[in-house]
Design a protein around this ligand. Structure first.
Ligand SMILES: Cc1cc2nc3c(=O)[nH]c(=O)nc-3n(C[C@H](O)[C@H](O)[C@H](O)COP(=O)(O)O)c2cc1C
Length: 173
């Protein structure tokens, strides 16, 4: 199955997952800006990865606007975020990014990345700092929120190659 992995990454985590997937699946790999210039007709499967941004998946709009055009190709989306894999928010958040018909057509996965304040753009850093401050100031934080406040105050990396396994399985099936 001729496969391409297309990714949109700000600080490198989604790019890293795209590299792992492409290497393991023997697939081509392109950053979104390059992929937009390419004719994707030759591919049987398109894997798109975007980073999680306030519950959304960055540049998913581009992917979704092409779904109809891509006919019977296998379509996979993976989202890379700062939340750990066992966060209860993940499944509902993934689903919210698609219409029901789109969600049936696309296989969606989540891969934990991390946070890199060093590589973040100034607006992203500002938004994250605001989010941290708001959460710090919140009274009666749940246990999960208390954990999150500690976690997101500084950079961390929870990415792991093992999280690509379900995506590889899906490509094989
Ligand atoms: C403005 C902003 C909003 C974010 N929102 C979320 C979010 O809703 N859920 C999440 O898990 N991570 C969120 N993150 C964290 C990023 O998705 C995470 O750092 C990801 O690993 C970045 O991927 P990249 O290195 O490919 O850019 C957010 C980061 C920024 C800067």
């Amino acid at each position: 199955m001729k496969t391409i992995v297309i990714y949109n990454s700000q600080t490198g985590f989604t790019k890293r997952y795209a590299e792992w997937i492409a290497e393991a699946a023997g697939a081509d790999r392109l950053a979104l800006a390059e992929a937009k210039k390419k004719n994707l007709a030759e591919y049987d499967a398109i894997v798109f990865g975007g980073w999680a941004c306030a519950g959304g998946i960055s540049k998913l709009g581009w992917f979704k606007s092409n779904i109809d055009k891509w006919g019977d190709k296998k379509l996979i989306v993976f989202c890379v975020g700062a939340s750990p894999i066992d966060s209860p928010e993940i499944e509902p958040a993934l689903k919210r990014n698609f219409k029901e018909s789109e969600f049936k057509r696309v296989s969606a996965f989540y891969c934990p990345g991390g946070l890199s304040y060093e590589k973040m753009s100034a607006p992203s850093k500002f938004m994250m700092k605001m989010f941290v401050k708001t959460l710090q100031a919140k009274k009666d934080k749940t246990e999960a929120e208390q954990e999150m406040v500690k976690m997101i105050a500084t950079s961390y990396d929870i990415s792991d190659k093992k999280y690509i396994e379900p995506i590889l399985e899906c490509l094989k099936s």
